[in-house]
Each structure stands twice: as structure tokens, then as C-alpha cells.
Design a protein around this ligand. Sequence first.
Ligand code: SF4
Length: 274
Amino acid sequence: MDSPDAAPLVPALSPSRAADFLQCPLLFRFRVIDRLPERPSAAALRGTLVHAVLERLFEVPAEARTPRTALSLLEPQWQRLRASRAEDAAALFSTDEEVAAWLAEARTLLERYFHMEQPQRLEPRERELRLEVTLESGLRLRGYVDRLDVAPTGQIRIVDYKTGKSPHPRFEDKARFQIFFYAVMLWRELGEVPTRLQLMYLGDGGVRWYEPTEDELRAAESQILGIWRDIERTARSGGWRPRPSKLCGWCDHQPLCPEFGGTPPPLPEPAPAL
Ligand code: SF4
């Protein structure tokens, strides 16, 4: 059993790292402890670009938030991203035609956004809100909320943009976990239960939303604490086991994974703070 006085090995947890651990403890180790590099992904880079455009869209006056304005923001945001992620951009694209095709897909996502809601009618309280909250247990949670809307009645809505397609109901758990993670942070920060948690899938126009109760947030918080304790136990024992699934197809670390005949490198000494 862990000593209650043991120093926490995991001082902070984000929804993505928690989801990594749930998916596969060995993947978590490769990403967080070994910090192994991964290949850049065109889809992830496009997601970053579309998020940046949607964030900037709310900087212009409400009446100017049109598809035309959003599309006009695409090129300057791409140039900014290209400058800050020059290596990734060079690895992903070898010709201007490849960039143009990739940008066309980003354009489609932005156009679809305008079929899902009318930004002219919204005044978000926050965009790209960085949250960091320490729970009573001492665990720090952190993450970025894409958008926070507060109605004149005081009702709070957390909005998360996804640039992929909406998942089959059987596979909604990951996205639900992530947005409940944000809701727990906000609840603990403000002392108020957010009224609505909204996932917007720009890949197909699907919207999923939840109206959490305080009991559901308490349950989500317990789940997060359970994951944290599992991570700490695993870190102390060094038993970072692979958990194969269909998602292995997207894992860059197959050559080092015992499930695929590989051998993980020795754990770094001393272990970095997680
Ligand atoms: S290949 Fe699969 S089992 Fe192996 S580390 Fe990656 S996600 Fe885990």
C-alpha cells in the first residue's frame, strides 16, 4: 500500500494525459516519462489552426463574424502557425499543392461551423481559458477550455470544438471524460455547476451536450482521483504495461512496444517529475 506521506509523483494532470493513461499506461510512460518524440499529424495541426481562427473570430465586432471573416483569418493564422511549428510544417508538406489541399479542408470545417451556431449572437466570456485548480487531495488539474459562455441569467456553458467527426455513441466516453474534466475544474474554481457542456464536431456538424448535476461532477472528480492514484502506483512500481486496442494503429511507439515485439528503453534515471 502507498504511504500516505509519500510525495506526489504526479503534481498536475491534464485531460489528455489522463486519457493517455486510460488508453494505455505504456503510452503514458512513453509520452510523459520518456518524452519520446512523435510524428506531427496533419489532422492535429489543422485542429490547432481552426481553433486559432475560431478564437480570433470573437475578437471582431459581432456583426462582422461571418464565414467571410473567418476565412480571411485562415491565411494569417496559418502563417503564424507555420512560423512557430516550422519543423512540423516542413515534415508534413513538401509542395504548395499539399498545403493548399490541407487548407481547403480547414476552410470546409470553418464553413460548417457557421451551420452549427451563429457567432454574431454570442459574446463568450472567455476563449482558450487556461484553468489550473488544486483539489483537496493536493492534485492539481490543468487544461484549456476552448470557450466559456455566461448567459445574462448567470448560466455557464463550456464549449469544446472538435475538428473530427462525432463519435458513435459507444465511443463517446473519451470526449465526455474530457469535457467533464473541464467542468470539474470550473466547478471547483467558481463553486458553480456549469449548466451545459457542449462538444461541437466540425467534421460532420454533430453537437453533443450534457447538463451535469453536482453528483455527476463529484463522480467525475472521483474518477480523476482514481486515475491519479493508479498513475502514482504505477510510477512507484514501474509497471507501465501495454494495453493494446484498436488505437495502437495510431501509436508512434509500436517499435518499442512489447505487444509488437519491441523493448521499451530503460526508465530514465532519475525519473523526471511527471
Ligand atoms: S502500441 Fe498500443 S499497446 Fe503499445 S504502447 Fe502504443 S498504444 Fe500502448
